[in-house]
Unconditional design. Sequence first.
Length: 179
Amino acid sequence: MRYTPEYLSQQKKLHQKGNYGVIAGKMYGTIVSTIIDKMEIDHLLDYGCGKNLSLTKGLKTKREFKYQAYDPMVGEYSDEPVPAQMVCCIDVIEHIEPDYLEDVLDHLEELTEEVLFISVHTGPAGKVLDDGRNAHLIQQPLIWWLPKIAERFEVQSVQVQNKKQFYVIAFNKNLDDSN
């Protein structure tokens, strides 16, 4: 299980407000575009895309590729995704209910055929759930997150954006080096 029905309800309410998840994806568009071009990515999964699909607004690649949007909290994007060469999980993982974090990380591992781009904000969000909790349910430093990611992926790069934000570029551990 990756989330509770109660949490799904809370998240749907936040998404309906229209100003939730509208910046972070766009912010990483250039970096993601570079990876798409250099690795010749044909299929990108935007895991936790939100309602706004902000990643698509920041992409600068001329390469043709299949874009797959997935967000279980947004009705039109809630269909179970299929594996993709590249998975982007931008400003999502810190929103996961702590009891389901391992399941979500396992899901990311199952879906990532080659490369994972994941960004994490380690401090409080500017938004609050209806029950009063901060929207960032997991507020932990890089040192806490990195072993969880490295357990499932071959970490290639870690970039700290500021004291409260970082991103990781990692490969599927089962990737055949002969390709």
